[in-house]
Design a protein around this ligand. Structure first.
Ligand code: PLP
Length: 460
């Protein structure tokens, strides 16, 4: 195996994210493969590292679409202008989204789309004469972005603490996972408690990922939870916002994961797979009834970042959708996803470190536990998630693992989210390399745990 070319914080002017990490110096990609400057090949099982490049790396026709659009007009500001590219992408996206989601505001990314959703949820109630509705409820174990407003949507003290008091206190409920609440009944009871404490008419929206990505890879609350949420929405008048920044554009086997849930959202956000890595583009879609509140009220929704709806990213979004449709890639994800999940579960069946392999389409998660009792969180000091990522990189496999944030909701987990264009052989290779990685880490974990006091239950 070739030696990888790595860049460390002492050797670069880049203000890197983790100063003790060595970064592979990637110069090109091809499908699910990434190559460093020395020719070392990495198998990318997580779409560029962040669930983005669903069409794979390199040689994509979105590049020609971008060049063609840039040659005509690359940028105009959507406060003063619109363009055929923005208009066409708005038509395409609303046609692909669940019924009634008829208006769209484009952004450059996921957090911006979520911030836009928050502002619209608030504007909706203000327009309708309920300005006291300010609070947002969301499952605690979530990730909706790194901005101050979106950090507040995650109830993960470990993530938010460094930024207090910029991060406002929002309301949270525990996740309905196998560990706490497989039926969803506890989560609904927590929702009732939170509504009661806050006062139901102070709540503007419920915000959640339909299938979680980084925070709880591949997890989705049980249907009973969504039904119960719907009942409470009808009773109390808050909006339901689904963060489909990762799940939108086919990642779970339908254009939007909302199609698979027994609830109709009021607002949906999406981003990553919309530009598929060829442009930074996101979107906030809303139901016509939400738009109507503004249309019948102030007739202005003044929210915008400079690049929102610019022709260049919109042209790329259009090309991405064309390719997803033409090549039947969403159908492929729907059909191939369960086979991939089963293969991964089978390959990890004898690994005591693994409690669960879950997920939909090409958005899968592996949940790790203390192998001594099969349910407790692993000790934090072992940093198993980062060891998995490092061990995988040694095997030239790119996955994304989540460190527990000591909040008591989840432990170490790994996210697998390959490009939709991955061949059957490449998917098999991902399973093989990940299984070898996890088996190696399990051996290490068992060695570390020998001689330590027994696990004491399901706490982080
Ligand atoms: N929402 C979810 C579910 C995400 O996974 C992410 C990013 O990983 C975001 C929002 C934030 O998106 P962005 O990084 O494009 O701002």
């Amino acid at each position: 195996m070739r030696e990888p070319v790595l860049v460390r914080s002492g050797e670069t002017r880049v203000f890197v994210r983790e100063l003790d990490r060595a970064y592979p110096l990637i110069e090109r990609g091809d499908g699910v493969w990434l190559y460093d400057t020395g020719g070392t090949a990495y198998l990318d099982a997580v779409s560029g590292g962040a669930m983005v490049t669903s069409l794979g790396h390199g040689h994509n026709e979105a590049i020609a679409a971008a060049a063609e659009q840039a040659a005509k007009v690359s940028f105009i500001y959507n406060q003063q202008f619109t363009s055929p590219a923005q208009e066409a992408l708005a038509r395409e996206l609303t046609a692909l989204s669940p019924p009634g989601m008829d208006r769209v505001h484009f952004t450059s990314g996921g957090a911006e789309a979520n911030e836009t959703a928050l502002r619209l949820a608030r504007a909706y109630h203000v327009e309708r004469g309920e300005p006291q509705r300010r609070r947002i409820i969301s499952p605690a174990q979530a990730y909706h972005g790194p901005t101050m407003a979106t950090l507040a949507l995650a109830g993960r003290a470990g993530l938010r603490a460094p930024f207090d008091p910029f991060v406002v206190d929002q309301l949270h409920i525990p996740p309905a996972t196998w560990r706490f609440d497989p039926s969803g009944a506890e989560a609904l009871a927590a929702l009732d408690r939170v509504l009661e404490e806050a006062g139901p008419d102070s709540v503007a929206a419920f915000f959640a990922e339909p299938v979680s990505a980084a925070a709880l890879p591949g997890y989705s609350p049980p249907d009973a939870f969504w039904h119960g949420l719907d009942e409470r929405r009808r009773e109390h008048g808050f909006l339901v916002c689904l963060d489909e920044v990762v799940t939108g554009m086919g990642r779970t086997g339908t254009w939007f994961a909302a199609e698979q849930l027994p609830i109709e959202p009021d607002i949906i956000t999406t981003a990553k797979g919309l530009g598929a890595g060829y442009a930074a583009v996101g979107a906030m879609l809303c139901h016509q009834r939400v738009y109507d509140a503004v249309a019948a009220g102030s007739r202005a929704f003044e929210h915008g970042h400079t690049w929102d709806g610019a022709p260049l990213p919109c042209a790329v979004g259009l090309s991405v959708i064309d390719q997803l449709k033409r090549d039947g890639l969403v159908d492929r994800v729907r059909e191939r996803g369960p086979i991939l999940r089963d293969a991964l579960a089978a390959a990890l069946a004898d690994v005591e470190l693994v409690r669960e392999v879950r997920g939909r389409g090409f958005l899968l998660g592996v949940d790790y536990v203390d192998p001594r009792d099969g349910e407790s969180f692993l000790p934090l000091d072992l940093a198993v998630a980062s060891r998995i990522d490092m061990e995988a990189l040694d095997r030239r496999l790119l996955v994304y693992s989540t460190q527990p944030t000591a909040d008591g909701f989840t432990g170490d987990q790994t996210l697998v989210a390959p490009a939709f264009v991955a061949s059957d052989e490449e998917l098999d290779e991902i399973v093989e390399r990940l299984a070898a990685t996890v088996a190696a880490v399990e051996r290490w974990v068992k060695g570390q745990l020998a001689g330590r006091p027994a696990a004491t239950g399901a706490t982080a």
